[in-house]
Design a protein around this ligand. Structure first.
Ligand code: PGA
Length: 234
């Protein structure tokens, strides 16, 4: 299977950028998943097959101002949702328990999940990386058994910073996550995210147990996206 390329556009683009992006990036291979801001999803749906919403509220419908549900986006043709991105955990206080509810809501509505987990610099320095990731997996995936989940390992200190763990560390951490999943009887793709761009994708792509990449900052730049797709799919 080709490695996954998850393009997390966060809140980087305005409508002019979106129109430019869509007209410049023609057909993409099936391993590419676009995660535009929710207001731009209809534009992306017109052109591409794999679209993720960046976050969902874990209730199908009701009095929840400012929220969007899995049920609503699924009906529009969206097929994935990101859950538990570290920015949502930090700015919107999303907890591991919330992550669990969001995953259940997504799966109940046949939306595939991109589950983000990661360690902080402090946890890494105190040798608590595995403990932290295990907790995020144990609570986040409690009562869940599904193949419709992609796990994204994103060290928090690597997001938007240009700081990437040494490749052996990435490899060991991905292996740890895969073993934890195995203990839960699940075999899921595990991808890496954090400061991935067109210049480092060639070397990151050589880490043999990484099943793909989640790309933030670089995903909003047409030249970066084209090059990353080219390198991963060559
Ligand atoms: P970055 O973000 O590529 O800008 O580091 C990755 C992410 O947050 O998914």
């Amino acid at each position: 299977m080709s490695k996954l390329i998850v393009l997390n556009m966060k809140m980087y683009m305005d409508i002019d950028d979106v129109k430019d992006y869509i007209s410049s990036i023609e057909k993409v291979p099936d391993n590419v998943i676009f995660c535009p801001e929710s207001i731009y999803i209809p534009y992306f749906l017109e052109k591409y097959n794999n679209i993720a919403i960046q976050s969902i509220y874990p209730v199908d419908q009701g009095a929840y101002t400012g929220c969007v549900s899995a049920k609503q986006v699924k009906k529009m043709g969206v097929n994935y949702t990101i859950v538990g991105h570290s920015e949502c955990r930090k700015y919107f206080n999303v907890t591991d328990k919330d992550v669990n509810l969001k995953i259940k809501s997504a799966l109940n509505n046949n939306l595939k999940v991109i589950l983000c987990i990661g360690d902080s610099k402090d946890e890494k320095d105190r040798n608590k990386t595995f403990e932290s990731l295990k907790r995020q997996l144990d609570i986040g995936l409690e009562g869940i058994k599904s193949n419709d989940i992609i796990v994204a390992y994103e060290p928090i200190y690597s997001i938007g910073t240009g700081v990437i763990p040494i490749y052996d560390e990435i490899k060991d951490t991905i292996e740890f996550i895969k073993n934890e999943l195995k203990n839960k009887d699940m075999s899921l793709p595990v991808i890496y995210g954090g400061s991935v761009n067109k210049d480092n994708i060639g070397s990151l792509n050589k880490i043999d147990n990484v099943d793909g990449f989640m790309i933030g900052g670089a995903s909003a730049h047409i030249d970066q996206v084209k090059r990353i797709i080219e390198v991963v799919n060559k």
